[in-house]
Design a protein around this ligand. Structure first.
Ligand code: HEM
Length: 184
């Protein structure tokens, strides 16, 4: 592969890099076999490539995505402009135009959450396209929830221990009558 150069697909299954240098079948198949979910858009923000993993990731949730984004369809996704999926496309356009390094984001759509890693494919100081690695954020968020719950449990435990501590002391004698009393 031509180290980090702009990649496009000619829709006939040939992935092109830089000045339309054809990537050999083996390299193209390698990207297609990755478990990483890879999507590429060109400088106009038109989706020019999706590997097999991203296709199945999105196909699994197509119905839910469609409910929120009626223009979302696996049939037409390749070749679509991403503007149609963004509520306020100028926000993404501005952000992408200024991007010079990878950007992490978590998006929520159709009841699903995805972690995106958006990397500009720079040429001559300008982005010539964008590669996006998608991952389903469900497991990460479940783990975060689990971690929060564990932290809450240990906080709760600490609170119980803290409350339990004074009762562990024997009743104190009253300063005037000397009778033993429980701490307040
Ligand atoms: C290569 C293709 C794509 C690029 C470069 C891209 C880029 C971005 C960026 C930069 C953000 C903003 C992240 C932030 O706020 O930090 C975003 C948000 C979002 N993207 Fe995309 N995106 C792409 C494809 C898609 C597709 C195919 C969908 C359809 C499901 C989509 C749906 C969303 C949604 C729902 C948000 C949340 C904000 C909003 O609704 O506008 N994106 N995207």
């Amino acid at each position: 592969m031509n180290g980090g150069q702009f990649a496009t697909s000619d829709f006939g299954g040939n992935l092109m890099f830089g000045l339309k240098i054809r990537v050999s079948g083996a390299k193209l198949r390698a990207i297609d076999t990755l478990r990483a979910n890879v999507m590429i858009a060109d400088a106009d923000l038109k989706i020019t490539y999706m590997n097999a993993s991203v296709k199945s990731l999105l196909a699994e949730v197509e119905t839910e995505l469609k409910a929120e984004l009626p223009r979302f369809s696996m049939e037409t996704l390749l070749g679509s402009n991403i503007d149609v999926f963004h509520k306020n496309p100028s926000y993404q356009r501005d952000m992408l135009a200024k991007l010079t390094k990878p950007h992490n984001a978590t998006i929520r759509v159709g009841g699903h959450a995805f972690d995106l890693l958006v990397t500009p494919l720079m040429k001559g100081g300008r982005p010539e396209g964008f590669v996006v690695e998608w991952s389903n954020a469900k497991e990460r968020l479940l783990n975060t929830d689990y971690r929060n719950q564990m932290e809450a449990i240990s906080r709760g435990q600490a609170m119980i221990d803290h409350r339990a501590a004074p009762q562990a002391h024997p009743p104190l004698p009253h300063p005037r009558n000397g009778k033993r009393q429980l701490p307040l």
